[in-house]
Design a binder for this molecule. Structure first.
Ligand code: SAM
Length: 327
C-alpha cells in the first residue's frame, strides 16, 4: 500500500521534520528491521509516518513523553481533547487572551499534558521553548479566538490519527538521555537520530555541544545496529564541517530544501539537508565523494530531489474501512 499523506502530530515544534519525512522514508525503503529506535523523538513525526510495527521513542523532554504515554494509555483521546479545548478556548476568548498566561503558569506548576497541547497550539509560531529552569516561556500568539471550531476539529483529528498509529503498533515512550537509549539497542534495530544542531539552540532541552556530537558518534557506532542521522550539510553562509570529521566514515544522502523567512519570496533560502548512515541508503554517496564535490566547487550537492512515496507498514482504521467499502 502507498500513501502520500503526512500525518502531522498535535504537538508542534520548530525542529519538526514533516517536510523531510517522505525523503527519509524513501531512503530506507526495503530495509528490514525488528524495531525502530528514536533517541530524540521530538514531535514524533518521523516515526508516526514511517509507522513501524515496533518502536522505542525517547526524548529528555518529559512533557513530550508524558503526552504520548497519555495517548497510548487512552487518558487523552480525541473526544477529551475536543471538550478540553472547547472549554479552555472559550475562557481564552472571554479573557481577550490573558488566560493563556494562566494556563502557562498552571502547566509550569503541574505539567498537565492537555495544558501542554493548549500551549503548543496557541503560543507564538507554534514554538517549543523552555527557559533555564525548565519552564515553558513562549508568549501568546495574540489571537484570543485561537480555538475556533475548525482548529479544534483539526487538532482532535490529529490526536485521533496519531492515537490509532500508536495503538496499532507496539510503541514504547521513555524520558531518557540518548546514551541510555542507545545502550538498550539490539543489532536488528534501526536507529533514526535527529539530535539538536550544535550551538543552534539555547533551550533547556536542546543544548548540544561538540562533546555530545562525539559521544553520539561513539554510541551509534558501538551499537552494532543500522543507523540514520539527520543533520544539515550547508546553507548560504557555511558548511557543516562535522560531516567530514566526526561523521567521516558515513554514507551521505543530501537534499536541497527551501525555507522562507517571514513568508516573503525574496527571502527564499536554500539549505542542504543531510542523512548520514553506516549502511548504503537508496540515494547516498560516500563521504569522500561528497567532500570532493565541495572541494571542486561542483554545484550539485543534492543526491536526491524527488519526493518519494512513504512506505506504509501499518494501516489505519479508517483506511481499512475505506478499503472494505470499495470491495
Ligand atoms: C531536532 S529535535 C527532534 C525533532 C524530531 N525529529 C521531529 O521531527 O519533531 C531534537 C530533540 O532532542 C531532544 N534532546 C536534546 N538533548 C537530548 C539528549 N541529550 N537526549 C535525548 N534527547 C535530547 C530535544 O528535547 C528535542 O526534542
Amino acid at each position: 500500500m502507498t500513501n502520500k499523506t503526512v500525518f502531522i502530530p498535535p504537538i508542534k515544534s520548530q525542529g519538526i521534520k514533516s517536510k523531510l519525512v517522505g525523503w527519509i522514508a524513501s531512503n530506507i525503503e526495503g530495509i528490514e528491521f525488528d524495531r525502530w529506535v528514536e533517541p530524540f523523538m521530538g514531535t514524533g513525526v518521523v516515526a508516526f509516518n514511517i509507522r513501524p510495527k515496533k518502536a522505542l521513542l525517547c526524548d529528555t523532554n518529559q512533557h513530550i513523553i508524558n503526552f504520548y504515554n497519555a495517548l497510548k494509555n487512552k487518558e487523552i483521546t480525541s473526544v477529551i481533547v475536543r471538550n478540553f479545548l472547547t472549554v479552555e478556548g472559550e475562557k481564552l476568548l472571554k479573557s481577550e487572551g490573558s488566560y493563556y498566561y494562566d494556563v502557562r503558569q498552571r502547566f509550569n506548576e503541574e505539567g498537565n499534558p492537555l495544558d501542554f497541547l493548549f500551549l503548543s497550539r496557541s503560543c507564538f509560531n507554534g514554538m517549543m521553548r523552555f527557559n533555564q529552569k525548565g519552564d515553558f516561556n513562549v508568549p501568546f500568539c495574540r489571537k484570543p479566538n485561537r480555538f475556533a471550531p475548525a482548529l479544534i476539529t483539526k487538532i482532535a483529528n490529529q490526536v485521533e490519527n496519531i492515537s490509532q498509529i500508536i495503538n496499532f503498533g507496539d510503541y514504547e515512550f521513555k524520558t531518557q538521555d540518548f546514551k541510555k537509549t542507545l545502550k538498550e539497542v539490539n543489532p536488528n534495530d534501526l536507529i533514526y537520530a535527529d539530535p539538536p544542531y550544535i550551538g543552534r539552540h539555547t533551550d533547556y532541552f536542546n543544548s548540544w555541544s561538540e562533546k555530545d556530537e562525539f559521544e553520539l558518534q561513539k554510541f551509534l557506532f558501538n551499537s552494532k545496529a543500522k543507523f540514520v542521522l539527520s543533520t544539515w550539510l550547508s546553507n548560504k553562509y557555511r558548511t557543516n564541517d562535522y560531516i567530514f570529521s566526526v561523521w567521516k566514515d558515513c554514507y551521505v544522502a543530501t537534499k536541497e530544501h527551501f525555507y522562507h523567512i517571514g513568508g516573503k519570496e525574496e527571502n527564499r533560502n536554500a539549505i542542504y539537508e543531510a542523512l548520514l548512515s553506516n549502511f548504503k541508503l537508496k540515494n547516498s554517496i560516500t563521504n569522500d565523494e561528497l567532500f570532493n564535490r565541495i572541494k571542486n566547487n561542483q554545484s550539485i550537492l543534492t543526491t536526491e530531489k524527488i519526493e518519494k512515496i512513504i512506505p506504509v507498514q501499518l494501516t489505519l482504521f479508517d483506511e481499512t474501512a475505506i478499503d472494505t467499502l470499495n470491495k
